[in-house]
Design a protein around this ligand. Structure first.
Ligand SMILES: [Zn+2]
Ligand SMILES: [Zn+2]
Ligand SMILES: [Zn+2]
Length: 337
């Protein structure tokens, strides 16, 4: 407790004028539980702050999906709490602590939330079942809408780190949400590329890609009424997989097919477990920024298994080395090899 009292989150955002990338300076965050290392994610169930019955160990919940009455008590199926070790904070620094604000420097104002995806400590939601995944997805949508209502953020990034090798610091299955005060460079770049690919702004490059992947089927993993799942043509890492709505749709939070998406994720991530030996991975949702709708875009979910380590070529040049053909990866995930 004494150590926690010493944790004064006062992070700052700095943007590099050359790379255009934003950096959250969050000194002191290494005090978060299980900073990366061999012991990461080794927390026993008996001490887990995310398990039902230990609600008092987390900050008070923002919202929860539960059948009965109550708050900060057991009975929930999905629970959202503020990140205890936030990299973004919801209020400006206190008086007397103001820092210089310039185009490349500002207080790290935003939202850091943890979505506890399931009450079950040892099983990710896709093992618990599609209904649990559906509740998690519903919460993702609800939180994006709520943060949009608040009006402060420009973009909501929702992501999951699965296992310590993919940077998960607590074993209990959870996702993370960041309400960012800017549009992140990855989304900015994609928004630009949607325009470059269709300069007249007629048509959508991701609709075209979906049609092509469904036609040639070499990288196709599965296809349902509303979703296509494939390893992208230029997969960055082995078994990179995208889940894309088949019908043009800009925003994840407006998606009316999360029942089906839950089934697709449950099946796909089950195959990751069964055929790839439950690899560490990161997934994230790429969706349209919170405000405006003037640019072409098509939301999607990207899954990046972390079977290889990133090196200086990836980090320094943005050039990825993938040792597995996406065509072979897709065949394996279809169950053909
Ligand atoms: Zn737990
Ligand atoms: Zn489209
Ligand atoms: Zn994307």
């Amino acid at each position: 407790m004494a150590e926690e009292a010493g944790w004064q989150p006062n992070p700052e955002l700095r943007r590099d004028p050359i790379t255009g990338e934003w950096v959250v300076l969050a000194a002191g965050r290494s005090r978060r539980p299980h900073a990366p290392g061999p012991a990461a994610a080794a927390q026993p169930e008996a001490e887990c702050p995310f398990c039902p019955g230990r609600e008092e160990l987390t900050p008070p919940e923002i919202c929860a999906c539960r059948e009965g009455e109550g708050c900060n008590c057991p009975g929930w199926t999905v629970r959202v709490i503020p990140n205890k070790y936030p990299i973004l904070v919801s209020s400006m620094p206190r008086a007397g602590q103001e820092r210089a604000v310039s185009p490349g420097r500002r207080p790290a104002e935003g939202t850091s939330e943890v979505i506890i995806d399931t009450p079950v400590h040892n099983q990710p939601p896709w093992v618990v079942g599609a209904l649990q995944v559906r509740q998690m997805l519903q919460m993702y949508q609800d939180r994006i809408m709520a943060i949009k209502e608040e009006g402060r953020a420009s973009y909501v990034h929702i992501m999951r780190n699965h296992k310590a090798a993919a940077a998960s610091s607590l074993k209990h299955p959870h996702s993370q949400l960041f309400g960012l005060p800017f549009i992140p460079p990855a989304i900015d770049t994609e928004l630009d590329n949607f325009v470059f690919a269709n300069p007249g702004r007629a048509g959508c490059v991701l609709c075209d890609i979906v049609a092509e992947e469904e036609k040639n089927r070499r990288r196709l993993i599965m296809q349902t009424e509303s979703f296509t799942v494939f390893c992208p043509f230029a997969s960055r890492l082995p078994y990179e997989t995208w889940i894309v709505p088949r019908h043009h749709d800009m925003r994840f939070e407006k998606c009316g097919h999360i029942d089906e998406l839950a089934e697709v994720m449950t099946e796909l991530l089950g195959r990751f477990t069964g055929r790839l030996g439950d690899p560490p991975f990161n997934y994230w949702i790429h969706t349209y920024p919170l405000h405006g709708e003037s640019r072409p875009y098509h939301w999607h979910l990207e899954i990046l298994p972390r079977l290889t380590l990133l090196g200086g070529l990836e980090l320094g040049a943005g050039v990825w080395v993938n040792t597995t053909d996406p065509e072979l990866a897709a065949a394996e995930l279809r169950g053909e090899s």
